[in-house]
Design a protein around this ligand. Structure first.
Ligand SMILES: [Zn+2]
Ligand SMILES: [Zn+2]
Ligand SMILES: [Zn+2]
Length: 106
């Protein structure tokens, strides 16, 4: 599987960015509005010329989350029910849940 290109203020190969650079900040999101991958909503805000559209609730089968550690992509459904990457076991930041309603219709 080809690892998607991640835009925005990416600072390392595990998709940490200028805004979220902690040990657990290893995912990137494919945004429903433009189909582009960014590490976080602020990266999207700075680089994109439009507002964020959340993924509709009936599209939870879209592979819209990238694990920056192993490069695998997760469906929205899988991501929302996982505390860590199903493939490489990298733990995800539970604090991201604060932003889930921005990325995904809940
Ligand atoms: Zn967008
Ligand atoms: Zn960012
Ligand atoms: Zn992984």
């Amino acid at each position: 599987m080809t690892r998607p290109a991640v835009r925005g203020a990416v600072i390392d190969a595990q998709t940490r960015c200028a805004h979220y650079r902690g040990p657990l900040d290893v995912i990137a999101i494919r945004f429903a509005c433009c189909g582009e991958w960014y590490p976080c909503l602020r990266c999207h805000e700075e680089a994109a010329d439009h507002g964020i559209l959340a993924w509709p609730i009936d599209r939870r089968d879209e592979r819209a989350v990238l694990c920056g550690v192993c490069g695998s992509t997760l469906t929205i459904e899988a991501y929302l029910t996982a505390a860590s990457c199903p493939r490489c076991a990298a733990p995800f930041n539970p604090g991201c849940a604060l932003h889930h309603p921005v990325y995904f219709e809940m």
